[in-house]
Design a protein around this ligand. Structure first.
Ligand SMILES: Nc1ncnc2c1ncn2[C@@H]1O[C@H](COP(=O)(O)OP(=O)(O)OP(=O)(O)O)[C@@H](O)[C@H]1O
Length: 264
C-alpha cells in the first residue's frame, strides 16, 4: 500500500471551517489526543472515522469548547475557541453528541424554544423553524411530549433539530444516524446534503463507512489520537473502499478461534 495521504494544514488557521493545531489531551497517563493537526475546509462534508478509543469524541469535545485541551488550539469559523472567542464560536457551530444534556423534563418543542432563547433568536423564527424541523424529522406528534419519554432514535433527532435550529456555519455531528430508522436516516442525509450545498460545513463522525462514503466529500482517519490519513475521499481511499483503507491503515486483527472455542 502507498503511503497514506495526509493533507497539509493551511498557514492561516482562521481560513478553514475548523482548524485544530497541536491539539492534545491527557487523562492522567492516558493520551487520548496526541498533537492532532487537522483542517476541515469550508463548504466540505467532512467525515471523521477511527477505531474505538481513537480520540474522535475527545477531539470533538475540545474543538467545541466543552473540554479544555492539555495543549493546542482550535478555530471554528475563524474564531479561536479557547482564547477569547469561545462564546462567538458557540454561535457558529451546532453540535450533536451523545452526552449533551437533553433536559428530559422539557417537551421537544420546549427544548427548541430554550435553545432559541439561549441563542437570542426571535420567537417567531424559532417557532417556524421548529415546526419545519419537527415535521421533516417525523417528530410532529412527539413535539409536545417529554423528551424523557422519547426513544433513542427520537432523542437523536430532537438533538439534531437543536443543533440545526440557529443555522450554524458548522454542524458537528457524532454518529447522527445511529439508532435512527431508515426513513428518517434518508431524510437526515438529504437535509445534511442540502446544508452543505448551501455553502455550510458538516463534520460527521461515524463507524459506518458506507455512510461516510455516501455523504462525505472529505475524510480523516484518526487512530491513537493522531491523523493517519486525510483529504478528499478519493485521496484517502486510493482506489480501495474506505473500509479496506481503514483496515490496511489500522491493521486487521484475526479472531483467535482457539480461545473462543467455548462459544460453540
Ligand atoms: N474522561 C476520561 N477519562 C479517562 N480516559 C478517557 C476519558 N475520555 C476518554 N478517555 C480515553 O481516551 C481515549 C479516547 O477516547 P474517545 O472517547 O475520544 O475515543 P473515540 O474515538 O470517540 O472512541 P469510540 O469510537 O469508541 O467512540 C480512550 O482510550 C478513552 O478510554
Amino acid at each position: 500500500m502507498d503511503a497514506p495521504h495526509i493533507e497539509p494544514i493551511v498557514e492561516d488557521p482562521t481560513a478553514p471551517a475548523l482548524a485544530m493545531r497541536g491539539l492534545s489531551k491527557h487523562f492522567g497517563k492516558q493520551v487520548a489526543v496526541n498533537n492532532l493537526n487537522l483542517d476541515v475546509p469550508r463548504g466540505s462534508f467532512y467525515g471523521i472515522v477511527g477505531p474505538n478509543g481513537a480520540g474522535k469524541t475527545t477531539a470533538i469535545t475540545m474543538a467545541t469548547g466543552l473540554l479544555r485541551p492539555s495543549a493546542g488550539s482550535v478555530w471554528i469559523d475563524g474564531l479561536n475557541v479557547w482564547e477569547g472567542q469561545g462564546l462567538e464560536a458557540k454561535q457558529a457551530y451546532g453540535l450533536l453528541a451523545d452526552d449533551l444534556p437533553t433536559f428530559d423534563r422539557l417537551s421537544g418543542i420546549e427544548y427548541l424554544q430554550l435553545l432559541g432563547a439561549l441563542r437570542s433568536m426571535d420567537e417567531a423564527t424559532v417557532a417556524q423553524r421548529s415546526e419545519s424541523l419537527l415535521q421533516a424529522l417525523d417528530l410532529e406528534d412527539a413535539g409536545p411530549k417529554y423528551i424523557a419519554d422519547y426513544s433513542a432514535g427520537m432523542t437523536k433527532k430532537i438533538l439534531l433539530a437543536g443543533a440545526m435550529l440557529h443555522r450554524p456555519e458548522v454542524l458537528i455531528l457524532d454518529e447522527p444516524l445511529e439508532a435512527v430508522d431508515p426513513v428518517s436516516a434518508r431524510t437526515i442525509r438529504q437535509m445534511l446534503s442540502a446544508y452543505v450545498a448551501a455553502g455550510r460545513t458538516v463534520i460527521l463522525s461515524s463507524h459506518v463507512m458506507e455512510v461516510i462514503e455516501g455523504l462525505c466529500s472529505h475524510v480523516a482517519i484518526i487512530a491513537d489520537g493522531q491523523v493517519r490519513a486525510s483529504g478528499t475521499l478519493d485521496q484517502v481511499r486510493m482506489g480501495e473502499s474506505l473500509s479496506e483503507t481503514f483496515i490496511h491503515l489500522i491493521g486487521a486483527r484475526e479472531l483467535d478461534d482457539s480461545s473462543l472455542g467455548w462459544l460453540r
